[in-house]
Design a protein around this ligand. Structure first.
Ligand SMILES: [Zn+2]
Length: 91
């Protein structure tokens, strides 16, 4: 019996990220506060099944960022990242 992974790669969140930043964020990278891993957002583990989008670290599985849409607001929490680095060509 095989177990399907419960997550997709970070490219699955590209549309939500692009709507917020106005740029292709799949080449953006950041450093995980939990384990220090530097990773591209495209390589993060994306969980899309909840009320919002969650990207988790591929190294330690800590939450890197969360986005939730309500009728009136978009909530964005990137507190799991030490920083977010976006290539200049993307913005
Ligand atoms: Zn980590």
């Amino acid at each position: 019996m095989t177990t399907e992974p419960r997550f997709l790669d970070g490219n699955a969140a590209a549309g939500d990220l692009e709507s917020l930043f106005g740029a292709d964020m799949t080449m953006a990278s950041g450093r995980c506060q939990g384990c220090g891993l530097r990773t591209r957002l495209a390589e993060a583990h994306a969980y899309l099944g909840g009320p919002g989008t969650v990207l988790r670290c591929p190294g330690c599985d800590d939450v890197l960022l969360r986005m939730v849409r309500s009728p009136d607001h978009l909530w964005f929490d990137a507190s799991g990242l030490d920083y977010l680095r976006v290539p200049a060509a993307a913005v």
